[in-house]
Design a protein around this ligand. Structure first.
Ligand SMILES: [Zn+2]
Length: 267
């Protein structure tokens, strides 16, 4: 085995994750049935934060629990110890956290994405969607999907928020389907629910593009997923690109050319 370093840079921030991997690596070929070897790690969490030596201001904040969130992950998001969060909120049984509960986070650092990675040969494509709603987040989309009859709730694997709820603009939320490594319910054509990682940006991009913060987070997230799951750029597609789908999703104003340019550049 050899050592591989996953590294993604954003302005002023550096993402670091180190993983052991087998040296052998095959190029992705074919459809859902063929998968290249993955780094021999997992599960792990990739967190990006300030570059070494950079200290950021800390403030008390309130966090609203989303689907699949745990105190463990929230502690990483704000760089605050688990015990501090438990004590500040009089929590003795962390498993009983319910969606929508508000947690007081003392001395929180600026929110940073925590992206869980699981070893799996299932994921061969990344499919981008928009929510076609002006407002929302993982919690509200979960409610919408349950009303539609999705008994496992939110059909996407990740949601990137637009700052219209308790979540900030560009916040990345990993859904329960991703945490449990379940098939998606975001595109039933061409087997994409089985082999495509579904990412939804909150917003309707028919007449205007996503926010800059959403695009920054999307590039970061897709770069990480591409690198770990060895998904080539040609398999990063829009919902509308899936054969058999008649849809404009993720909207006529989604900036595909800029997105692909940034993915090639790595930031
Ligand atoms: Zn879609």
């Amino acid at each position: 085995m050899s050592l591989i370093r996953l590294r993604v840079k954003l302005p002023g921030r550096t993402l670091r994750a180190v993983a052991l991997t087998y040296a052998a690596c095959l190029l992705a070929v074919g459809g859902c049935a063929t998968a290249p070897p993955l780094p021999d790690v997992g599960p792990m969490e990739i967190v990006y934060g300030p570059a070494a030596g950079v200290s950021l201001p800390r403030v008390d904040t309130i966090h609203t629990i989303s689907p699949a969130e745990t105190v463990y992950r929230i502690s990483k998001m704000y760089d605050v110890p688990i015990d501090t969060i438990l004590k500040a909120n009089d929590i003795t049984v962390p498993r009983e956290l319910r969606i929508g509960r508000k947690l007081f986070i003392p001395g929180a650092a600026p929110l940073r994405p925590v992206i869980p990675i699981f070893k799996s040969n299932q994921w061969r494509y990344i499919v981008i969607h928009h929510s076609v709603t002006d407002e929302g987040d993982a919690t509200s989309l979960d409610v919408i999907h349950r009303r539609r009859g999705f008994d496992r709730g939110l059909g996407y694997h990740f949601v990137i928020d637009n700052g219209t709820t308790t979540k900030i603009d560009g916040q990345i939320e990993a859904s329960p389907r991703w945490i449990k490594q379940m098939d998606g319910a975001h595109c039933n054509a061409a087997g994409m629910n089985q082999c495509g990682i579904g990412i939804c940006l909150v917003g309707d991009f028919t007449h205007h593009p996503p926010s800059q913060a959403q695009m920054d987070s999307l590039v970061l997230l897709v770069n990480i997923l591409q690198k770990y799951y060895r998904i080539p750029l040609k398999r990063v597609i829009g919902h509308r690109d899936v054969p058999g789908k008649i849809t404009e999703c993720p909207g006529k104003s989604f900036p595909w050319d800029e997105f692909k340019r940034r993915l090639r550049r790595g930031r």
